[in-house]
Design a protein. Structure first.
Ligand code: GDP
Ligand code: IMO
Ligand code: MG
Length: 430
């Protein structure tokens, strides 16, 4: 049963969107399993740039079902704008399906996200202010409004009234005027009318595809170290980006996951606050940000840049039980004399080779680097491993050896075509 998870192995923006598009052409079903429009997944195909925040990046393949999974929180306005924009860019798309169990993001979630961030002051998380944390808070508190209720003409007005009463009391604590029930109801009823045809119970549909042995691709969002449990808490998102989240956010049991590919950059980036052991706060970091055009797809913020952290990546391989690595942006590291990778940390004078869990400890660690020779030239036309310079291959071998995880795919540019399959057997097989 070829069910494959694509997971972000670092702090997000590893190029999951590109990979889901590349492999989505072979899948009959692509399900995004976590997060909301805090994500920004870029696909470059046929000379066009597509940006997905909520719609699975597999939608560009007609004949593929693209499912917004039950683990997601969905802003209806954002979803409709994305749908209209995508269909204007490409008229033939896959079938969009939305799980009736996904939660809906409302204006009060976005307001509370911004207000809670402001209240955190110096300790702010640096959220995308898309209302993600507050929407998941409602889910956990069991007062969230799910897609199934949202598109039900009878239930939605009653549920909105109930929840808005509570939210307006909470907004008052921040000195805010109450939000108007009538205005939200009118605006969101219009969204619900457009979204209704896409919403359905999806567990059976997913189970049947898995049982029939169809190729099913589970698209992660964010990254392993932004995971609510496994990430650098509290500087995390409010969902489960790790591979385990793919079971929760789609309704597939763990025995039906056949392969897990972890997408990672040849260096590291992070957006927002929180520990980042290999961060480069100097000119070199600025240089990589410029040549790599490292600015957020969702917020436009400059991404923090650092060398590849192999200690963290190995931890990620374990947390996600990765069967293979997808290494992206190899092209960006061309023309460096030498390239550094962190292979250990120093903590209070002692060397350690694991990633500590506590942010205060993480803030004290110093990376210990290993230097590898760089390579020269433009890699973007490479299509096989043998097209790559020997030093680039040695860099990939070092990553695989250190993490004990083989390289399945290498990306040498943003376009769909700029992809090298290093080991076909690792992609859909066990
Ligand atoms: P995601 O959130 O993991 O889907 O990643 P993003 O789309 O936010 O960020 C990845 C960025 O890198 C996008 O702008 C992609 O077009 C771009 N990209 C993907 N793969 C490569 C690559 O191999 N080389 C270069 N230079 N850019 C890439
Ligand atoms: P993709 O799917 C990178 C970060 C935010 C912030 C933290 C919490 O494109 O890789 P939130 O709005 O989720 O409450 O913010 O998580 N963050 C991301 N960083 N890529 C993403 O998604 C992210 N989604 C959230 O910057 O630090
Ligand atoms: Mg992104």
């Amino acid at each position: 049963m070829p069910t494959l998870v694509i997971v972000g192995a670092q702090w997000g923006d590893e190029a999951k969107g590109k990979l889901v598009d590349v492999l989505g052409s072979q899948a009959s079903l692509v399900v995004r399993y976590a997060g909301g429009n805090n994500a920004g997944h870029t696909v470059i195909a046929g000379g066009k740039e597509f940006k997905f925040h909520l719609i699975p990046a597999g939608i560009l393949h007609p004949g593929t079902k693209a499912l917004v999974g039950s683990g997601m929180v969905v802003c209806p306005k954002g979803l409709l704008e994305e749908w209209d924009r995508t269909i204007a860019q490409q008229s033939e798309l896959g079938d969009l399906i939305i799980s009736s169990a996904a939660h809906v993001v409302f204006p009060y979630h976005r307001m509370l996200d911004a207000l809670e961030e402001e209240a955190r002051g110096e300790n702010k998380i640096g959220t995308t202010t898309r209302g993600i944390g507050p929407a998941y808070q409602d889910k956990v508190a069991r007062i969230g409004i799910r897609m199934g209720e949202f598109v039900c003409k009878k239930r939605f007005p009653r549920r909105l009234k109930e929840v808005l009463e509570v939210k307006n009391r909470y907004l008052a604590l921040f000195g805010k005027e109450p939000l108007s029930y009538d205005e939200i109801l009118a605006e969101y009823t219009a969204y619900a009318d457009r979204i209704r045809p896409f919403v359905r119970d999806t567990e059976a549909l997913v189970a049947e595809a898995v049982e029939a042995g169809e190729k099913v691709l589970l698209e992660g969002a964010q990254g392993t170290f932004l995971d609510l449990d496994s990430g650098t808490y509290p500087y995390v998102t409010s969902s489960h980006p790790v591979a385990g989240g793919a079971c929760l956010g789609t309704g597939i049991g763990p025995r039906h996951i056949d392969a897990v590919l972890g997408v990672c950059k040849t260096y590291t980036t992070r957006v927002g606050s929180g520990p980042f052991p290999t961060e480069l706060t100097d000119e070199l970091g600025d240089h990589i940000r410029t040549i790599g055009k490292e600015f957020g797809t969702t917020t436009g913020r400059g991404r923090r840049i650092g060398w590849l952290d192999l200690v963290a990546l190995r931890h990620s391989c374990r947390l996600n039980s990765l069967s293979g690595l997808v290494v992206t942006r190899l092209d960006i590291l061309s023309d460096f004399e030498t390239i550094k990778v962190a292979v250990k940390y120093k903590l209070d004078g002692q060397e350690i080779d694991y990633l500590p869990g506590d942010v205060e400890v993480l803030a004290r660690i110093e990376p210990v680097y290993h230097e590898l020779p760089g390579w020269k030239g433009d890699l973007r036309s490479a299509r096989t491993m043998s097209d790559l310079p020997a030093e680039a291959r040695a860099y990939l071998d070092f990553m695989a050896e250190y993490t004990k995880t083989p390289v399945a795919i290498v990306s040498v540019g943003p376009d769909r075509a700029e992809t090298i399959v290093a080991n076909e057997n690792l992609i859909w097989a066990k």
